[in-house]
Ligand binder design. Structure first.
Ligand code: HEC
Length: 135
């Protein structure tokens, strides 16, 4: 890369970093998440299926409820570390499902812990439908 080019690249990267930081918080909503995963799955999320998915073990030691509680309307506690987890149901936690990067990160990590694989779009839509139905 020529020096001129890198001089031009630096501000662009800085700008991109700034945009990313600003977009980080509150860039989605629980309703938008439900719509997103339902669209990906090609079918609307099903709250009843989401509830049984959430409470069931899937071959491993943990269910989603092991850490998030059931129903996940109060603070959860990490099954391993004891770390306190904010309520997962959006009606009880204004921060839940408001940050795309956070949602994606934890879906990935938690699904892997519970199912030893990623959750499908349909499973995410079902879980969202269940969580959004809790009042
Ligand atoms: C081993 C403990 C554990 C298990 C099991 C677990 N989670 Fe989590 N989950 C966490 C922790 C810790 C966080 C981060 C909480 C925080 O920092 O606010 C989290 C956060 C999340 C978030 C992000 C919510 C937000 O704030 O927007 C989602 C979505 C989620 N979990 C879904 C699931 C699903 C679905 C399952 C079952 C497949 C599951 N989790 C199982 C520990 C767990």
């Amino acid at each position: 890369m020529t020096p001129i080019r890198s001089l031009l690249t630096a501000p662009v990267l800085l700008l991109a970093a700034l945009c990313f930081t600003t977009a980080h918080a509150a860039d989605t909503t629980p309703t938008a998440q439900l719509q997103h995963w339902s669209a990906q799955a090609g079918a609307p999320g099903n709250a009843a299926k989401g509830q049984s998915f959430f409470n069931a073990k899937h071959g491993g030691e943990w269910s989603c409820a092991s850490c998030h509680g059931t129903p996940p309307t109060t603070q959860g506690k990490h099954a391993n570390t004891g770390k306190v987890i904010g309520p997962l149901a959006p009606a009880f936690n204004p921060k839940a499902f408001t940050d795309t990067a956070k949602v994606d990160k934890w879906f990935k990590r938690n699904c892997n812990d519970v199912l030893s694989r990623a959750c499908s779009a349909a499973e995410k839509a079902d879980v969202l439908a269940y969580l959004n139905s809790l009042q």
